[in-house]
Design a protein around this ligand. Structure first.
Ligand SMILES: Cc1cc2nc3c(=O)[nH]c(=O)nc-3n(C[C@H](O)[C@H](O)[C@H](O)COP(=O)(O)OP(=O)(O)OC[C@H]3O[C@@H](n4cnc5c(N)ncnc54)[C@H](O)[C@@H]3O)c2cc1C
Length: 440
């Protein structure tokens, strides 16, 4: 028997239940489809990172005990491409990890239908989450709208232990495949190393060196206190279940805090699964009626890291140059866009999705909505971040700002705004006035 393993956001061999299922069928075609609908709108950092990750998976497949032609990459609409590939190798099943995003789940239904017309089955096994979205519900079956009770129920629900990579699989090839694009890399762009081996290395180093201080260091952008695992989780180079199993062997506060952060990722996936329209629309509909400004030059300055507020500019430049931004700073720059510049969150979320290598629709859109005050369990709207005092509090020695805003490297007080594009106190009042209008 022959099966297709269609890789999407699970670019790894270990702890991959869909791959284990495919291998149980017999010979396996390891397939990846470059889908222009997803590939097209991505920014350069995301494209480069995905390209690296695909090359790493290709290398891992070629290194296996049965020498293979590696990952078989094709380009085009998955509905057509997956059917063609399955038919070419005579597969009776196509195995995937279930996708719970709005685009992915609709795409999978279309592919499933097209395959069925040829007597081929689409088999969904596992997901990119420890607990699949939709599984954790209240006693009456309703989804959770608030994080803390979700997180408790998620822990009670539990998850399976990780599984090993299948061995002795014979991998098949296609007659014609596409090149994984490798664009020119600007010197100024420095991306993390991609692939399963890099993900495991980074995770082990974090466990060995930083996890026990995580609860204290995670809010300090000038300190390497977080794991930077988000990009590996995004592309499924490691499964969260593997990480949760390692965390369960530790009893530190850091490990407990880290587990809660992973729960946020699962919570947002669950919220988006139940409310797919909130990828674009306000979770709390009343906020759509608030007065916002048309995006213009100020949005552009925010994007380029030229607002005159040091911590905001540092974050936006870190994003531009590395495809990643520290969580505390993501909150500060998001709050600044919505509450100081009065621009709707969707503009900021779109910019993030283009540039973040870890850009994930559920985590990104819902973290934006949370910060903007219109999301789940939201910080109350009247709590407006002051970018200067936030900078002083979380980056007290200015190490973060000095690193990313080189023109401030040698000034005495790097958090003092320089030619700020707005007056924060004034814009805070304005934001609250606009909010009062939708409340009454
Ligand atoms: C405006 C805004 C946009 C964001 N966009 C994204 C995004 O597109 N993709 C993304 O993965 N995260 C996003 N986050 C959440 C968070 O900032 C990143 O997950 C985190 O900074 C990644 O770095 P890390 O792996 O070092 O985090 P760590 O502190 O090491 O956290 C461990 C893991 O927990 C998860 N996690 C942590 N915080 C959150 C959170 N608030 N929501 C969901 N998961 C979380 C991530 O998977 C992360 O890798 C966003 C946050 C904000 C405020």
């Amino acid at each position: 028997m022959t099966a297709v393993m269609w890789f999407r956001r699970d670019l790894r061999l270990a702890d991959n239940p869909a791959l284990v299922d495919a291998a149980a069928d017999g010979e396996v075609l390891p397939l990846f489809v470059l889908d222009p609908a997803l590939w097209g709108p991505s920014g350069l950092p995301r494209k480069l990172y995905l390209g690296d990750s695909l090359r790493a998976l290709d290398g891992a497949l070629r290194d296996g005990p049965r020498n293979t032609g590696g990952l078989q990459v094709v380009r085009g609409d998955p509905v057509r491409r997956v059917v063609l590939a399955a038919r070419e190798v005579g597969a009776t099943r196509v195995h995937v990890a279930a996708d719970f995003g709005p685009y992915g789940s609709a795409r999978d239904r279309a592919v499933e239908q097209a395959l069925a017309e040829h007597g081929i089955e689409l088999v969904r096994t596992g997901s990119p989450y420890a607990v699949a979205p939709g599984r954790v519900t209240k006693a009456d079956g309703a989804p959770y709208a608030v994080f803390t009770p979700f997180s408790r129920a998620w822990t009670d629900h539990g998850w399976r232990p990780p599984i090993d990579a299948p061995n002795r699989v014979t991998y098949l090839t296609l007659q014609e495949t596409a090149e994984v694009p490798d664009r020119e890399r600007p010197d100024a762009l420095s991306l993390p190393q991609a692939g399963e081996a890099a993900a495991v290395r980074r995770w082990r180093t974090f466990l060995d060196e930083r996890i026990d201080r995580y609860q204290d260091d995670r809010d300090k952008p000038g300190v390497a206190g977080t794991s930077q695992m988000s990009v590996h989780l995004k592309w499924g180079e490691i499964h969260p279940r593997t990480m949760l199993a390692d965390l369960a062997r530790r009893r530190s506060r850091g490990a407990a805090t880290y587990r809660t952060e992973l729960a946020w990722r699962e919570f947002y996936a669950d919220v988006l699964h139940h409310r797919p329209e909130t990828a674009r629309e306000y979770l709390r509909g009343e906020y759509a009626a608030m007065a916002y400004d048309e995006p213009g030059d100020q949005l552009d300055r925010w994007r380029r890291g030229r607002t005159g507020f040091p911590i905001v500019d540092a974050g936006m430049r870190q994003l531009q140059q590395t495809g990643w931004m520290h969580n505390r700073v993501r909150m500060i720059v998001a709050s600044f866009l919505v509450k100081d510049l009065h621009v709707e969150w969707q503009h900021g979320a779109r910019h993030f999705m283009q540039h973040l290598v870890d850009g994930d629709l559920a985590s990104n859109q819902h973290s934006w909505q949370w910060t903007a005050g219109c999301g789940t369990d939201a910080a109350p709207y009247f709590r407006v971040f002051n970018p200067v005092s936030q900078g002083r509090k979380f980056d007290p020695d200015g190490a973060y700002v000095r690193r990313w805003v080189p023109e401030l490297a040698d000034v005495a007080d790097p958090h003092e705004p320089v030619d700020p594009i707005v007056d924060h106190a004034e814009e805070r009042r304005e934001a609250l006035a606009r909010w009062e209008r939708i409340r009454s």
